[in-house]
Ligand binder design. Structure first.
Ligand SMILES: [Zn+2]
Length: 162
């Protein structure tokens, strides 16, 4: 992503390298793939919701008494939204892993189109601006990081440069 403050600090060739990275996402169809996956997940969750509304254990398990005569659609939706984050927690590392893989692919594309050292320099400036740590906890990184740590990205880019 480009921020105007970052843009002011990058040289012309560094801007090209960052742009090549973003085009790498486009070239590898990352956005399209993500949209398809999100569409599938949404459909599955809606199907699950449609099934849960007909059960009794879902309400009983959460200590709620459903209406026996009226509609429980609103109640089910609220309970579902409350419960969902607990289960999505276990999906988080999978999403992070996929996202980090995509970042490496976009970096590799940028390295094939521009001088990898330009992207390295741009990354260093980006991390300086964000004041983010260069030595994040490996477990926390594996679980939550959508982007690989700077050191790993720079390592990979330098291999492309060599
Ligand atoms: Zn990216």
């Amino acid at each position: 992503m480009f921020f105007d403050t970052l843009l002011a600090r990058l040289s012309g060739s560094e801007i090209e390298a960052v742009l090549a990275h973003e085009l790498g996402h486009f070239k590898r169809r990352h956005v399209l793939k993500l949209m398809i996956v999100m569409f599938g997940i949404s459909l599955a969750l809606l199907a699950l919701l449609g099934w849960l509304v007909q059960t009794t254990w879902f309400y009983e398990g959460l200590g709620v008494r459903p209406s026996l005569v009226g509609s429980n659609n609103g109640l089910t939706l609220v309970l579902f939204m409350l419960v969902l984050p607990v289960f999505m927690f276990f999906v988080t590392p999978l999403g992070s892993l996929t996202s980090r893989k995509n970042e490496f692919e976009a970096d590799a594309f940028a390295a094939s189109q521009t001088d990898p050292k330009d992207l390295v320099n741009a990354l260093v400036k980006l991390y300086e601006d964000n004041a983010s740590t260069l030595t994040p906890d490996p477990l926390y990184t594996a679980f939550y990081y959508s982007h690989p740590p700077a050191s790993q990205r720079i390592d990979q880019l330098m291999q492309h440069a060599a």
